[in-house]
Write a protein that binds this ligand. Structure first.
Ligand code: PEP
Ligand code: MN
Length: 282
C-alpha cells in the first residue's frame, strides 16, 4: 500500500521554513546565503585544489564537482569516479569546505555518501524514483535539481519521494528548463524562486551556469537570483575554463568568481542576507 498522501513538501505541512545544515556550518535557508562553487567535473588534484582554495578565499563554503557525470554522449568524459570523490573530499577538507557531488545510480548512494556532505540529484534524474528513494533513505542532505522540462508540481513531487522516506533535508535547485530558443543553453526561470517561497518550506538555490550556459551571464543572473530571494547559488568555476573536460563555456575563472562574490555582498545586504558561514562575518 502506498503511504497516505501528505504533501510533506508543501508550505501547509510545515509552519517554519526548513533550514538544511551541513557539518561545516553552511546553512541553506537562513540569513546567510549558501555559496556552492567548483568545476563541472573533478579532473585532477591540481585543478580541484586551485579551485577549492579560490572558492574558500572568495567566501564560498561548499565545493561542487562531478565525479560521476551524466553526459549526453556515452563517448564524452564520464568523470573520475571514486578517485574523483577522494580528490574532491581532500581538497574540501584542506579549505574547510563542504562537498556536494552528483550521484547517478541508486547502487552508488552509499559510496558517494562516504565522501560527500550533500548528494546532488541531477536534472536528468529528477524523476528517477528509485534514486530519490535511496537518497531519502541515506539521510544525507539532498540537492534536487529541476528536471529539464519539469513543472513545479512534478519537482515538488520528486522532493516528496525523499521526504516520505523520513529525510527532511532537501534543497531545490533551479537550473533552467528547455526552451524553443538556443540563444542560451536553458531558460533560467527565476520566477520560481518567489513562487516556491509561497508553495514550499524547502530552501531554493539557483544554478546560473547550467541555467544560461554562458559564463558572461552568470554574474548578472546570480545577482538577480539573490535579489529574487534565492537561498544560495551553485556556480561552475574552473582555473582554466578553456581546457575544462566539461561545461567550460559556462564556467567562471577563479578571478571572475571572486568578483561575483564581492558584488553579491551588496545585493545580499539589500535583501537582508549576507555571505559567509552563519555566525561568522567574512
Ligand atoms: C552539473 O551540475 O554539472 C549538472 C550535470 O547539472 P544538471 O543536472 O543541472 O544538468
Ligand atoms: Mn556541468
Amino acid at each position: 500500500m502506498p503511504p497516505k498522501e501528505r504533501h510533506l513538501a508543501r508550505r501547509e505541512a510545515h509552519a517554519d521554513r526548513t533550514i538544511v545544515r551541513l557539518l561545516n556550518g553552511t546553512a541553506f535557508g537562513g540569513e546567510t546565503l549558501a555559496l556552492c562553487a567548483g568545476p563541472c567535473s573533478v579532473e585532477s588534484e591540481a585543478q580541484i585544489e586551485a579551485t577549492a582554495a579560490a572558492v574558500a578565499q572568495a567566501g564560498g563554503t561548499v565545493l561542487r564537482g562531478g565525479a560521476f557525470k551524466p553526459r549526453t554522449s556515452p563517448y564524452a568524459f564520464q568523470g573520475l569516479g571514486r578517485r574523483g570523490l577522494a580528490l574532491l573530499r581532500a581538497a574540501a577538507d584542506r579549505h574547510r569546505l563542504a562537498v556536494v557531488t552528483e550521484v547517478l545510480d541508486p547502487r552508488d548512494v552509499r559510496m558517494v555518501a562516504e565522501y560527500a556532505d550533500m548528494l546532488q540529484i541531477g536534472a536528468r534524474n529528477m524523476q528517477n524514483f528509485a534514486l530519490l528513494r535511496e537518497a531519502g533513505l541515506s539521510g544525507m542532505p539532498i540537492l534536487l535539481k529541476r528536471g529539464l522540462a519539469a513543472t513545479v508540481d512534478e519537482w515538488l513531487m520528486a522532493a516528496e519521494y525523499v521526504l516520505v522516506e523520513g529525510n527532511p533535508n532537501v534543497v531545490l535547485c533551479e537550473r533552467g528548463v528547455r526552451s524553443f530558443d538556443p540563444a542560451t543553453r536553458n531558460l533560467l526561470d527565476l520566477s520560481v524562486v518567489p513562487l516556491l517561497a509561497e508553495l514550499t518550506h524547502l530552501p531554493v538555490i539557483v544554478d546560473p551556469s547550467h541555467g544560461t550556459g554562458l559564463a558572461r551571464l552568470v554574474e548578472p543572473m546570480s545577482l538577480a537570483a539573490i535579489a529574487a530571494g534565492a537561498d544560495g547559488l551553485l556556480v561552475e568555476v574552473h582555473p582554466e575554463p578553456a581546457d575544462a573536460a566539461s561545461d567550460g563555456a559556462q564556467s567562471l575563472t577563479l578571478e571572475q568568481f571572486a568578483h561575483l562574490t564581492t558584488r553579491l555582498g551588496e545585493v545580499a545586504a539589500a535583501v537582508g542576507r549576507r555571505i559567509g558561514v552563519p555566525g561568522l562575518a567574512v
